[in-house]
Design a binder for this molecule. Structure first.
Ligand SMILES: NC(=O)c1ccc[n+]([C@@H]2O[C@H](COP(=O)([O-])OP(=O)(O)OC[C@H]3O[C@@H](n4cnc5c(N)ncnc54)[C@H](O)[C@@H]3O)[C@@H](O)[C@H]2O)c1
Length: 313
């Protein structure tokens, strides 16, 4: 990993430009290609806008926003690169063709990752000659600030490529989830999408306004999620009995029409695996320990938001 110096961004819109800014801030040289005539101008503007935030977070030695070259030819952009991040529009046919072209032109040892929001690599890699080096590396906008990257291979991706990509993203400071199976929308997008669809249903049915929906998250459960995520949050909702009590107490509510998404049957196996998962994640911390941690996090976040002028009462 320490030998990597040069990476490529193919497609440099919102996400590709955000990745480029991040790679530059971590001290890499970026070679880019994008068919839009104004792509170079746009990416430079995006990098300039992101650079103060990246500087605030801390730049790697030698990081330079000028260390990017935008090429008029894809093969030229891929010349000598050691990693490729593909960020073209979310159109399956286009991704298939483009990944095959990248695969044909990139140095044979380079791993190629796609930023796709939901396609599987199995369906995107169909036209590529070397699908074994193609992986999904799904970021969140803006990729220069949000740490999460979800990594997953397709049916013909080599396990070593998935492992390499996960290590690479960790090496550059990302929080990586390596998935061992392809799931449409991956993990975080699926969760985000469930909330999004329910919100749209509520607006369509006159059940809530846009403002009420946003405030319900910003001043409500959104304050807990940065500290513990939705599972451990509910572990604490169970009081000293934790998730086991939570599920036994509120399990029957899964039958209530509290959302349009149908709940799975709360079988003993599902109950036990959720309880065991929370115990693993708690890693010896009692519910009281976790409550204290959560409270400190919420106080800190509320203070920051109040300072920034956002409402958290
Ligand atoms: N926007 C998000 O929040 C988000 C988050 C995570 C992942 N993604 C994924 O990232 C990818 C890019 O999305 P975006 O939001 O940056 O879109 P965007 O429209 O901002 O950027 C797409 C870029 O691709 C370029 N492009 C068009 N045809 C191309 C081709 N054949 N080859 C290479 N580049 C081409 C466009 O000129 C444009 O600059 C998509 O797969 C999307 O699903 C988006």
């Amino acid at each position: 990993m320490d030998d990597i110096r040069t990476v490529a961004c193919v497609g440099i819109g919102t996400i590709g430009g955000g990745w480029a800014a991040y790679f530059l801030a971590r001290g890499y040289r970026v070679r880019a290609w994008d068919p839009a005539p104004d792509a170079a101008e746009r990416v430079r503007a995006l990098i300039a806008a992101a650079w103060p935030a990246l500087t605030q977070l801390g730049l790697a030695e030698g990081a330079d926003p000028e260390n990017i070259s935008v090429h008029s030819d894809l093969a030229e952009a891929l010349d000598g690169v050691q990693f490729v991040q593909e960020n073209a529009p979310e159109v399956l046919e286009m991704k298939r063709r483009l990944l095959a072209e990248i695969d044909a032109a990139a140095p044979p040892e380079a791993i190629i990752a796609s930023s796709t929001s939901g396609y599987s690599m199995t369906e995107m890699a169909l036209e590529a000659e070397h699908p074994e080096r193609l992986v999904v590396g799904h970021p969140f906008n803006p990729p220069y600030l949000i740490p999460l990257v979800e990594v997953v291979g397709g049916e013909r991706t080599a396990p070593e490529a998935v492992e390499w990509a996960s290590q690479w993203y960790e090496h550059i400071g990302k929080s990586v989830i390596t998935m061992d199976r392809e799931v449409p929308g991956f993990i975080a997008n699926r969760l985000q999408e469930a909330l999004w669809r329910e919100a749209l249903h509520m607006i369509a049915n006159g059940e809530a306004t846009v403002d009420q929906i946003d405030r319900s998250i910003v001043d409500g459960p959104g304050l807990r999620w940065p500290a513990q995520g939705p599972m451990l949050t509910f572990h604490l909702a169970g009081g000293p009995g934790g998730m086991a009590h939570m599920l036994d107490h509120f399990g029957p509510s899964l039958k209530s029409p509290w959302t349009r998404l149908e709940a799975p049957e709360l079988t003993p196996e599902l109950r036990d695996s959720v309880v065991a998962g929370c115990d693993d994640e708690a890693d010896g911390r009692t519910v009281a320990d976790l409550v204290a941690e959560r409270d400190q996090a919420i106080i800190a976040i509320r203070k920051v938001m109040q300072h920034l002028g956002g409402s958290t009462a």
